[in-house]
Design a protein around this ligand. Structure first.
Ligand code: HEC
Ligand code: HEC
Length: 320
């Protein structure tokens, strides 16, 4: 009797609800399992304690909007299964957010070059960063092999290292894991949860009232600054300067806007990395692209013709 009671209760209280939760939260179509390399990277993420400062959960409140296009849902975590019979796998949702949320970092920052430099020394790309350096994920070699990934670290961050700085297998796996972290859009028809407690942004009076609706400096900070830096000087050997760039100063904005929407690899032979399709990835609107373009054209001593949103829209439509 006792055994029968126990089994029946377990069925109703634990097993059936669990199956129900599993059925209602199947992995989203379009999501995929982590590859072997990415799984290895996740192990390094755990081993290095990155979760102490980084969450992987976009909460449904307005201040989390910058971390992903929608709040997280249970199905986002449905692919996280046991490692093996003996070990469960951490979801790594985290609870401390000293650094930004990483749920969607694969879309927000797809550049492997950036991630490697950032891991070697976060200050080399974000001058005010308090994130620790993970220098032990890199090796120094006098003569790298052709297949080695060599980092172009600016001299001031080399701490006297004279050889070439190479990304180790662990660093590459970790970056593969970071780049795999992407929020998948919910399938059509599924209700998208909304962000709550949005602040009413309509300026009533005062200095805010006269501020342009599309603030080029703020948009540049959100989309471009991680690589090209606040002063527009970029980073030698990794991200080119926008100060004095012929491409930026050209009165015809076509190439400049194409670079924003489609990315760029025309300078690889000069030792720079590849620029991802930042504008397309971040769904920039023509008004926003025009504001960024004009910020580039009128800052840091640059001085070139301003571009209208209509012009930007025409070029962006032609790229589709
Ligand atoms: C002591 C806290 C701390 C730890 C530990 C830490 N980070 Fe960070 N991280 C930060 C802070 C603060 C920032 C924001 C400044 C910056 O971009 O460097 C950041 C930024 C980032 C970013 C860029 C996020 C964005 O939105 O641009 C990535 C990616 C990242 N960290 C990955 C990692 C990884 C991988 C580890 C473990 C190897 C790690 N972090 C460990 C504090 C931390
Ligand atoms: C992940 C890093 C990254 C981000 C973010 C980024 N860029 Fe770039 N950008 C690059 C790299 C790398 C190159 C050089 C590409 C090459 O080798 O051809 C580049 C090249 C350029 C060039 C060409 C410069 C020249 O003189 O030829 C322009 C203009 C430019 N970026 C503008 C932007 C703007 C505007 C944004 C924001 C909307 C942006 N970039 C965001 C990395 C980035």
């Amino acid at each position: 009797m006792a055994l029968l009671l126990f089994v029946t209760l377990t069925l109703f209280v634990a097993i059936m609800p669990a199956l129900d939760v599993q059925n209602n939260n199947a992995p989203l179509p379009g999501s995929r399992r982590l590859s072997r390399l990415e799984t290895e990277g996740k192990g390094i993420f755990i081993a290095e304690g990155c979760v102490a400062c980084h969450t992987q959960q976009v909460r449904n409140i307005d201040m989390d909007k910058i971390f992903g296009p929608r709040p997280g849902v249970a199905a986002d975590y449905a692919r996280i299964t046991r490692t093996d019979v003996w070990r469960n796998t951490a979801t790594l949702m985290g609870s401390e957010r000293t650094g930004p949320d990483l749920t969607n970092i694969g879309n927000r920052q797809p550049s492997a070059d950036w991630h490697l430099l950032h891991l070697f020394n976060p200050r080399s790309v974000v001058s005010v960063s308090v994130m620790p350096s993970y220098e032990w994920l890199f090796q120094v070699k006098e003569y790298p092999f052709p297949e080695d990934i060599v980092l172009n670290v600016p001299d001031e961050f080399k701490k006297g290292i004279t050889g070439k700085i190479i990304a180790s297998k662990q660093a590459l796996a970790l970056v593969a894991y970071l780049r795999s972290l992407k929020q998948i859009p919910l399938p059509d028809g599924r209700q998208v949860p909304v962000f709550l407690y949005g602040k009413d942004k309509t300026p009533v009076a005062g200095p805010g009232a006269t501020k342009p609706q599309f603030d080029g400096a703020a948009l540049y900070a959100a989309n471009c600054q991680a690589c090209h830096q606040e002063n527009g000087k970029g980073l030698p050997g990794a991200f080119p300067p926008l100060v004095g760039s012929e491409l930026v100063l050209n009165p015809d904005p076509e190439v400049q806007i194409t670079v924003i929407m489609k990315g760029y690899n025309g300078l690889v032979s000069k030792g720079y990395g590849i620029m991802p399709a930042v504008g397309t990835n971040n769904n920039l609107k023509p008004e926003e692209v025009a504001a960024i373009v004009n910020h580039e054209r009128s800052s840091w001593g640059n001085n070139s013709r301003h571009v209208t949103a209509a012009e930007a829209k025409k070029i962006m439509d032609s790229l589709k």
